[in-house]
Structure formats: C-alpha cells, structure tokens
Design a binder for this molecule. Structure first.
Ligand code: SF4
Ligand SMILES: [Zn+2]
Length: 99
C-alpha cells in the first residue's frame, strides 16, 4: 500500500522512495514488536497505538489513498482486511501495556 501511493506521488523508478521505504521498515518493526502477536487487531482499532505521531500521520495518508485503490486491484485482500478491521483488540494477558 505504501508503494502504491509512492508510485503515484513520488518519482521513483521501482519500489518506493527512501522516505516511503523507511516508513515501511518502521511499520515492519512495529509489527514485529506488536504485543498482540497473532491476535493483532488492525492498527486503526488498537488501543495502544504504538506508532510515533509523525509515522502515524504518514500511515493515515497512505491508507486514505491506497485503501480505496486496493479495493479495485485486490478486492479479496481488501475485503478481508476490512472484515479484520472490525475485530476489536483482545485483552493483553500478563503483559505490560505498550511496546
Ligand atoms: S498499533 Fe497496535 S496493533 Fe498496530 S502494531 Fe502497534 S501495538 Fe500492534
Ligand atoms: Zn515515496
């Protein structure tokens, strides 16, 4: 999704520009450290919201742009993501809050 927006907004030959790539890497690290593990809700529904403010804003832009476009390109993936998006965050057992 990051690449989708990058291609339309930033001039790059392939993949994503440095800024978008580092946003992608940031998102991957957050995901690796996500205390919910397999039970992970979509980050939008997450009560912890581990993203730093700047990255959270960037990601919101990415979703706003790429969300509807995903629906056209990969309808099944997009619908699955929307359904998962309704899932509430499960209670965290025996772990401290925050990443
Ligand atoms: S925002 Fe919440 S769900 Fe998303 S990675 Fe961070 S802790 Fe996990
Ligand atoms: Zn970019």
């Amino acid at each position: 999704m990051i690449e989708l927006r990058c291609r339309d907004f930033h001039t790059v030959e392939a993949g994503a520009c440095d800024e978008c790539r580092s946003l992608g890497e940031y998102a991957d690290t957050r995901l690796e450290k996500c205390p919910y593990g397999d039970e992970k809700p979509t980050c939008v529904n997450c009560p912890i919201h581990c993203y730093a403010r700047a990255e959270r804003e960037q990601m919101k832009e990415v979703m706003r742009y790429s969300g509807p476009r995903m629906l056209l390109k990969h309808p099944i993936l997009a619908i699955r993501h929307m359904l998962e998006g309704r899932k509430q965050a499960p209670p965290l057992k025996g772990r401290g809050r925050g990443p």
